[in-house]
Write a protein that binds this ligand. Structure first.
Ligand SMILES: [Mg+2]
Length: 401
């Protein structure tokens, strides 16, 4: 619930779509980086978060001019399908990714469905990555369409992180005919918030000294790493904004949020110590669903599992994840948790196989001793698990944002 708090303009040097490169060059030169204790205490880094705008849908519109200007959903149209991505025209109708396709079609009767072409998205993602690597080797992909870049070392002597972000956006536009939004700041947490600020085709800079203020009025659900259920839990504790979170003692956060507490405590102050880690591989990719009403019948359970498979497989594709272990998780009505896992010798490479393993795990557990309130499915043992990451780059020579 938005509270009665006054809404302030975030301290963001934002430029909306079509702001033009000419006006962008100006913002760096007079930035004041002096005197910010937080940023200096933690080593002033230059981090860019690049996020492609409606990536899958934009690639479809790029490759088929007939789709331009139309509301497009990438995903199947059938009853069991979900939307993997929606164009901005479709978003105006409330269509969102992970939404059942039937619901999307109800919201937007003229919605055009296109089947995803993940091999194309992967190829384009590779092209984008090559552009990033022209500016820094420290590129940490979050998915096919998002990455963090640490440009502290300014290898090409461009002089400012903001200018590097603009050059990258320009090249993506010129070379790939796609648009990206960029966030520029002194850590990952803020850079990711910033890239979301002026979407689509926008840029936002959060300078040293501005992070705390930016976070203060931010709704807690926009904190990276706080999911919908995390936000609910926060709300139950009276925490609705970054400011509310910053007011909590670390002990309380540890009690309620365990290992995430230190990250949250710092994030509420605009501080984030996580380095940009190139080629980070996730340990698992999964998803789960909590039901409005507990379920126990075989057909209902199978249907729910099919739906979860759709959502999780889209995430797996997007993260380019490969793993060998499928884990089915269920929480019973009495809140007890049960998990069953099965590993295969080689990485699971298609949705049918992923689905078949999930269903085999489910069938083994039927009939259930009591109804369940939650089901989740995860692909784990991903390639690259446990790899050590290089340390973050040494501190800053680049003077200005
Ligand atoms: Mg995106």
């Amino acid at each position: 619930m938005p509270s009665q708090r006054a809404v302030r303009q975030p301290p963001c040097m934002g430029l909306a779509a079509n702001g033009g490169a000419a006006s962008l060059a100006i913002m760096d030169e007079h930035a004041d980086t002096g005197g910010d204790a937080d940023a200096e205490a933690h080593g002033l880094r230059k981090v860019i978060h690049i996020d492609m705008d409606a990536f899958f849908a934009s690639v479809e519109q790029r490759d088929d001019p007939a789709l331009r200007g139309l509301p497009v959903a990438v995903g199947g149209a059938s009853a069991r399908s979900v939307v993997a991505a929606a164009s901005y025209e479709a978003r105006k109708f409330g269509v969102r990714s992970a939404m059942p396709s039937t619901r999307a079609a109800r919201l937007c009767p003229d919605l055009v469905f296109r089947m995803p072409r993940f091999d194309v998205y992967r190829a384009v993602s590779g092209q984008i990555r090559q552009i990033f690597l022209d500016y820094t080797p420290l590129v940490e992909p979050l998915s096919l369409d998002e990455a963090y870049l640490d440009v502290t070392a300014d290898l090409r002597g461009i002089g400012s992180a903001t200018r590097i972000a603009e050059l990258i956006r320009q090249r993506i536009r010129d070379e790939l005919q796609l648009t990206a939004s960029a966030g520029v700041s002194y850590n990952k947490f803020l850079a990711k918030l910033a890239s979301d600020q002026n979407k689509p085709d926008g840029l936002c800079v959060i300078r040293p000294g501005e992070g705390g203020a930016f976070v203060r009025d931010l709704p807690i659900r926009r904190f990276h790493g706080v999911g919908p259920r995390g936000a609910e839990k926060m709300a139950s504790l009276g925490i609705e904004t970054g400011g509310d979170l910053a007011a909590q003692p670390i002990e309380l956060l540890r009690r309620h949020f365990g290992s995430q507490a230190d990250y949250l405590y710092r994030a509420a102050r605009g501080i984030d110590l996580r380095p940009v880690r190139p080629d980070r591989k996730r340990k698992s990719v999964g998803g789960e669903r909590t039901f409005q009403h507990d379920i126990s019948s075989g057909p209902a359970l199978r249907e729910v599992l099919d739906h979860i498979v759709e959502i999780v497989w889209a995430r797996i594709e997007r993260a380019q994840a490969r793993g060998r272990t499928v884990t089915l998780k269920m929480r019973y009505a009495d809140f007890s948790l049960v998990t069953r896992a099965r590993s295969v010798p080689a990485a699971v490479t298609d949705k049918a196989q992923f689905s078949a393993i999930g269903h085999a795990l489910l069938e083994d557990m039927l009939p259930l001793p009591q109804p369940i309130r939650l089901m989740g499915l995860t692909l784990g043992s991903l390639e690259g698990e446990g790899e050590e990451q290089p340390p973050p780059p040494a501190s800053p020579q680049l003077a200005l944002f």
